[in-house]
Design a protein around this ligand. Sequence first.
Ligand code: GLP
Length: 246
Amino acid sequence: MMIQKFNSYEELSKAAADFVFQRIVNGLSEKNKFNLCLPTGSTPEGMYKELLKLFEEKPNLDLTNFHTVNLDEYYPMKRSNPHSYYNFMMNNFWGPLSQTHKTFLIENNAHIPNGETNNPEKEGETYEQVIVNLGGIDLAVLGVGINGHIGFNEPGSDPDSRTRMIELTDETRQANSRFYNSFPEVPTLALTMGIATIMDSREILLLIAGEGKRNVLEELIKNEVKPAIPATLLLYHKQLNIFSSI
Ligand code: GLP
């Protein structure tokens, strides 16, 4: 495990973007493909802005074999809903990237669990198959919830879990209610990549920003795995990088 501390959120965002961009460029030149797992939330917003700048500097980079695979989506959730993670990704990354790089086709290269499905169990299996067919995830970028959730894997999630529907804790709904008019409007369910799916990634970059995450950071520094704090399960991963601005 490698923890890097940054003096500000801006520095963290730049460093994360540099790290991710370098991996993408190397992956595309060395094996002609790169599969990147991506998070939503406030934490990665700065990284997306910086990452888009780096892509703009390389307008001829061929992204035909660059795929993004998102961690999670609320359920049920229409793509067109302003609260959907699909919409977040369109605004923060996929949309602008597809403008500067015509080889990045959103319908083909951008993947996210389908919050519109009427068969969430099947959607879990389908999403796992998408990842397998792509050849697995090269790098998973993660944020973390105040209760230590990764993706939407809430405390107590099975380390062997795969993409599935999960019930959100009130704590998570409360934290995410800042994007809604009121707490009852926050969805109670979500589709999330499982812990095992995340752990199968070849490398992980965990981003930690905001005082509310101090408790989680302290637990990670203790270097002990506790299923009640899902982020600590990442400590079992051989290529875990943690970037923190707190
Ligand atoms: C949501 C997402 C997580 C994210 C978390 C933290 O619950 N499902 O993937 O890590 O929020 O978000 P923020 O970065 O806004 O604190």
